[in-house]
Design a protein around this ligand. Sequence first.
Ligand SMILES: [Zn+2]
Length: 415
Amino acid sequence: MKLGKYSIGVGDRFTHQGKAQLRAIMKANEKGLYISPVWNKSNREHIYVGTEPADTRKEADEAVQALNYEGPYFVDADHINLNTVAKYVAVSDFFTLDVASFIGKESSDEAVEAFVASCGKYLGELQIPGIDQPLYITEALLQGIAGKFLAATQHASEIYAYLKKEKGEGHFITEVSMDEVESPQTPVELLFILKMLADKAVPVQTIAPKFTGRFNKGVDYVGDLDQFAREFEEDVLVLDFAVKEFGLPEELKLSIHSGSDKFSIYPLMADVILRYDKGLHLKTAGTTWLEEVIGLAVAGGDSLDLARKIYEESYNRQEELCAPYADVIDIDGSKLPSVEEVNGWTSERFANTLRHIPGHADYNSNFRQLIHVAYKVAAEMGSEYTDLLVKYADVIGACVEENIYERHIRRLFTI
Ligand SMILES: [Zn+2]
């Protein structure tokens, strides 16, 4: 099973926007840019919203059928591990093996020594085609990398072995993710992580490292753009080398767990993948939920009231809602509008404050990040929320489609 050169992971918290998301992808396909849609949802999201993995499968299948979409599409069990994978087996065909929590866990001395010994031919200067400076590989460096990543790659191989037994070889896409950690992996670490995966016979097709810089939820990238561009390019070249050298699947590509809306690095990534003719997987995750709130505000009347109510609840429960996302949000509480102020806003003002148009006078990234992490509030509202999603499906769907096509796809693939 192959993913295709370009693919986009579209998360959808409440599983109502599958058709709108697919319309955005099909619009790109009509322009000759073939992108595979992947409906991803993490175990954490399912728990917060109260959905089941089968709901995501149903959403994807229904959207594909309704729009007569004929291309490949996938359902991603996002960020699973050996404890959580079982309930995704039947309905998913893409698995993101999250091994971040195993980074730095101890491995036996024999395992470390065996890995270092297997890398003898790379000692000294190692030239990766395309990278100007050769890497300098020492035994100490390899020992350090093995100490940090052998246990994580071992866990990946255990999840993979389980899936291979349950689903059969070649019947699913394998992604390995290490993005939810504090410090980024360097290109040389990535190189030897890939060797470990190859040694353990994990046919990784997409890999999600942690990149340099801040990837906060729903807002733009914060960091050194030049450094990101350099690191991203080196990672792409490392993958290319690893495919040839270690015999990994030739379609292996980077997966960017973006936390959504990393507009300033989209053109940098586009430049690299076009220059080297490489593929890319981008997870855009949660912005569809924000477009729902924008759509509710735009629709006015009872749905604008509900959008205001969502903000009021979010504002009053900031601490609780932000806690699980502390590492991936930066909210300046002094820049949040008061509940009274928001209750006086028009549809337009509410939507413009929430919608991510960089440079727009009303856009407020603090307001946006708070609502981004507050989907639990809407989940608790139950049908009060979802009934309005149905009632205003057209307005909301147009927002979802525009967001994915205009702000993400067009920027990322420069069309
Ligand atoms: Zn991730």
